[in-house]
Write a protein that binds this ligand. Sequence first.
Ligand SMILES: Nc1ncnc2c1ncn2[C@@H]1O[C@H](COP(=O)(O)OP(=O)(O)OP(=O)(O)O)[C@@H](O)[C@H]1O
Ligand SMILES: [Mg+2]
Length: 517
Amino acid sequence: MPRPIKVLIVEDSSADAELLVENLCQAGFEPDWKQVETEAAFLEYLHGGIDLVFSDSSMPKFSGRRALEVLKQRGLEVPFIIVSGTIGEEAAVAAMKLGATDFLLKGQLIRLESVVSRALESSRLQAENRKLEEQFRQAQKMEAIGTLAGGIAHDFNNILSAILGYTQLSQMMLKENPEVRGYLGAVLQATNRATDLVRQILTFSRQHPLERRPIQLPPVMAETLKLLRSTIPSTIEFDTSLATDAPTVLADATQIHQVLMNLGTNAWYAMKDRPGRLQVKLEKYLVDETCAATQAELKPGVYARVSVSDTGCGMDQATLQRIFEPFFTTKPQGEGTGLGLSVVHGIMKNHDGAATVYSQPGEGTLFHLYFPAHAGEATVATVEAGSVPRGHGERVLFVDDEEWLGQLGQKTLIALGYEVETTTLPAAALAMVRADPLGFAVVVTDQTMPGMTGFVLASQLLQIRPELPIILMTGYSASLTAAQVEAAGIRSLLFKPATLHSLGTAVHAALSPKTLR
Ligand SMILES: Nc1ncnc2c1ncn2[C@@H]1O[C@H](COP(=O)(O)OP(=O)(O)OP(=O)(O)O)[C@@H](O)[C@H]1O
Ligand SMILES: [Mg+2]
């Protein structure tokens, strides 16, 4: 079968051009060709879709040398073959030095087949190489971000803990001043965005430990949707339907929350400044052989399928092709990182699922998330909500090497009705418990501390008093898993930045007899 190729022939003689085309056909090609003899015409027809340029070396109004220069200036890597009746060896060498791919003598087109095949093959290899290099650069970029994120996450989360904690405390104390409470609300909102961004980057760079457990999606989704509803203006209609017969899935509730938040905020952005409708649906869905055949990432089976659709601006094909790429964004500079959907993609992959998208410009967008059904009992998992349970004067020991974080923890817990001692030294904490093993009802400790990690401190404290409730606080990048923590007898793992709510809930739960083993 003849091989179709698109060629541009730079030649002043139509007879020579036709002869070349005839020879191409005989050599087994099916050329779609155009003859040009001026720079202007060459520029007009030169584009990325051209497979090959043949050029005479000298013409009355143009030259092979100039054509080659123009090609390079355009940054196009199209193979360029000089075809000349007169070219001498020296001129041929000079042309090759300038970047011509090969040369042919007009009287000896016998080499045509091998020259063209070789040129096309080397151009294909070059393109492949460029693609691999680009992928490699991208992977390096990801790795750099991962390292950077891991490096700063600890400090950054501590900083956010302070902003979050003191703002929440101030809000609690400023009951009589709604205006200032409002300003603090804005600080909290910004802090939540920063927390979200750190989490996004950490998830993306896989520094965030994944904790998959068998869960039911409706309660987790309902919590997230409540939060989403409160962040999205009321001009946008909210329509949710969560089927209770959707299968149990093996999932990390925090990441489900993140996927929905990312899709929800994208939908909101797409409907900005005008009324619209955001629909979120959860249903049991059967992927059959036919459906699986069209979706490379899906195997036949039962899934919990989440649909998120909006009536926003929609997307064209070019955008659709790139949305899952990291850093791809159509938002103005400074407004978006372009990480949202790549995080969604990564999370779905981590859950052995898939995300698909349907969209047309002006017609809105529909995302489907497929979570494979898990056979097994679900445990209860929820993302934070509701009011904070309070203490009744129970004594808490708070250990953090950062003095100000200790003070913050102390103030927060005092505000919640506890009595609190703090120390920056793990060894001092150990001495305090040893001196009076029943003196504290709960110990809250940071994980990363010089001298002794929170994990080691906890193990030693448990040797003194095995049933002492201990809460371990850690940044996202910590390598500890919930299973390890549980095996060590530690009551719970709390991610930084801890909020008033998460800290209050964890301390309360640690004290409650329900959770005693
Ligand atoms: N629901 C949607 N409707 C229309 N376009 C969308 C929708 N969701 C995503 N897109 C397009 O995909 C691009 C990438 O989305 P992604 O969430 O990855 O990044 P972003 O939203 O631009 O930035 P960030 O999430 O950091 O704010 C968006 O810039 C937008 O062009
Ligand atoms: Mg986004």
